[in-house]
Design a protein around this ligand. Structure first.
Ligand SMILES: CC(C)(COP(=O)([O-])OP(=O)([O-])OC[C@H]1O[C@@H](n2cnc3c(N)ncnc32)[C@H](O)[C@@H]1OP(=O)([O-])[O-])[C@@H](O)C(=O)NCCC(=O)NCCSC(=O)C[C@@](C)(O)CC(=O)[O-]
Ligand SMILES: NC(=O)C1=CN([C@@H]2O[C@H](COP(=O)(O)OP(=O)(O)OC[C@H]3O[C@@H](n4cnc5c(N)ncnc54)[C@H](OP(=O)(O)O)[C@@H]3O)[C@@H](O)[C@H]2O)C=CC1
Length: 429
């Protein structure tokens, strides 16, 4: 049985880590080769992915460890430039696994396509006309992309709203048609956009209006993933802080984020610290996930915390995170970028639904990592200690000098570039 509980992984060299992962069965020989390549994204592939290519841009790929989700062990590929994020996720995952691990679930992968119609002579009649032809429109959408139906998905429902109907609205009155489409394991942008574009002429005929926009909505509120964890307070004890103090500090931090948008934005940034790196590692569209997540955090009218932290009757800390998760395990760059392919294999996920659940579990862990630090020692101790190596590099340290300068910065409690430059100069003498 593969376990993601690999103690002391961070003390090994990069080579030792790779070898161990291969021996443990997390990395196939092919993935090992891909990961070991100095530039795994070759220029020719890159030149076909986007426009005006002049090179490729590398970021670190780290592994979140200790994750137990629905009784399955996961090693989590995370691509990120910021120090301490991977350590923090692994730290919380270690605590949560001792409490039984994360529990996750996901809705069916239903995405939304939108069609904008303006200039209808009678908007109510236009809405009725579309609703009367609902089944025909759904069938027409499916005929435009039959392969997704063969895969078990496709258009399943439709509804219509009239926008700006109130007298005196400063905006033009318009009809918004929503098509609900199960995109299976794809994020589905191309499936959805093909379907809504194909429906435009028939929608114009039915409404006597003019269709403008035909595009998916990134507010994927029917494609949700949810993670929860229940943690015994004794596992939260840190330094001089009792587990109960840490638990209560985390709950107070949540209550602050739920009451104040200024704090909610930073709180949620900490959640996206966990989510984006997995979305990026797997070749998914992180702008789509970011946009949907922040919109969902404002679904009750005020921008608020994405997570909820509370205490149960036994005094355990209970965490919950539910977000739209428009990602795929096929399509986009997921099978084009060699490292995205390797990341999906390291994860061992079998479907987009499973990947979505893993991603929200990492987001929940990341939020607790930050809140636990903030409610106890403060963020500087753990974060800046790990960031010190980047500070040393920014100051010109190379090779063995990096760790020496970083350690000195921590010792002197002055983790700043100016100080690091002084140390680099001294070292060179
Ligand atoms: C950094 C820790 C985890 C140290 O915390 P610690 O208690 O010193 O850790 P530890 O030495 O007891 O180790 C516990 C586990 O953490 C992991 N771990 C520990 N060290 C490493 C390492 N070097 N490399 C990889 N993994 C590491 C590792 O899994 C280890 O278990 P082990 O393998 O030893 O059995 C802690 O201080 C922490 O979580 N701090 C918070 C860091 C954080 O949130 N960073 C995000 C950047 S700040 C930000 O952008 C967001 C924010 C904060 O503004 C959001 C908000 O305001 O809400
Ligand atoms: N607003 C936004 O977010 C927008 C995003 N995008 C971009 O769109 C891309 C994602 O589009 P997407 O349509 O997902 O990608 P692709 O069109 O690249 O891939 C999806 C296709 O993969 C095939 N496929 C193979 N196996 C499966 C399976 N199990 N389940 C579902 N489909 C399968 C299907 O095609 P077949 O059945 O023919 O084999 C499906 O149409 C991203 O790069 C994103 O950046 C584009 C426009 C707007």
């Amino acid at each position: 049985m593969k376990t993601s509980r690999i103690s002391g992984f961070y003390n090994m060299t990069v080579e030792e880590r790779r070898k161990l992962l291969h021996e443990m069965g997390f990395l196939t020989a092919e993935d090992l080769n891909t990961i070991s390549n100095r530039s795994s994204l070759d220029l020719e592939t890159a030149d076909h992915m986007i426009e005006n290519v002049v090179g490729t841009y590398e970021l670190p790929l780290g592994l979140g460890l200790n994750f137990l989700i629905n009784d399955k062990d996961y090693v989590i590929p995370m691509v990120i430039e910021e120090a301490s994020v991977v350590a923090s996720a692994s730290h919380i995952a270690r605590i949560v696994r001792e409490s039984g691990g994360f529990r996750t679930e996901a809705t069916e992968r239903v995405m939304i396509g939108q069609i904008q119609v303006v200039g209808c002579p009678d908007f109510l009649e236009a809405k009725e006309a579309i609703l009367r032809q609902k089944q025909t429109l759904i069938e027409a959408a499916n005929n435009a992309y039959p392969s997704i139906v063969t895969r078990g998905g496709g258009a399943i429902d439709l509804d219509v709203r009239i926008l700006n109907e109130e007298a005196g609205s400063r905006f033009t009155q318009m009809l918004m048609v929503h098509i609900y489409i199960n995109t299976c394991d794809a994020m589905g942008a191309n499936i959805i956009n093909t379907m809504v574009e194909s429906l435009a002429p028939v929608v114009e005929d039915l409404t006597n209006g003019k269709v403008y926009l035909r595009i998916l909505s990134n507010y994927a509120d029917r494609c949700l993933a949810r993670a929860t964890c229940i943690i015994s307070p004794q596992l939260l004890r840190t330094g001089d802080f009792s587990g109960e103090e840490v638990r209560d500090g985390v709950i107070l931090a949540y209550e602050l984020a739920a009451s104040d948008p200024y704090r909610a934005v930073t709180h949620n940034k900490g959640i996206m610290n966990g989510i984006d790196p997995v979305v990026i590692a797997t070749g998914n569209d992180w702008r789509a996930v970011e946009a949907g997540a922040h919109a969902y955090a404002a679904r009750n009218g005020t921008y608020s915390s994405m997570t909820v932290w509370s205490k149960d009757e036994e005094g355990n800390l209970v965490g919950e995170l539910e977000l739209p998760m428009s990602i795929g395990t096929v399509g986009g760059a997921t099978r084009v970028h060699p490292l995205a392919k390797a990341s999906l294999e390291i994860l061992g996920v079998e479907s987009a639904k499973e990947l979505a659940q893993v991603i929200v579990a990492v987001g929940l862990a990341q939020n607790l990592g930050a809140l636990k630090a903030l409610a106890t020692d403060g963020i500087q101790k753990g974060h800046m200690a790990l960031h010190s190596r980047s500070v040393a590099i920014a100051a010109g340290a190379t090779g063995e000098m990096i760790d020496i300068v970083a350690e000195e910065l921590i010792k002197q409690k002055q983790i700043r570039v100016g100080k690091a430059k002084e140390l680099v100069e001294e070292y060179k003498k």
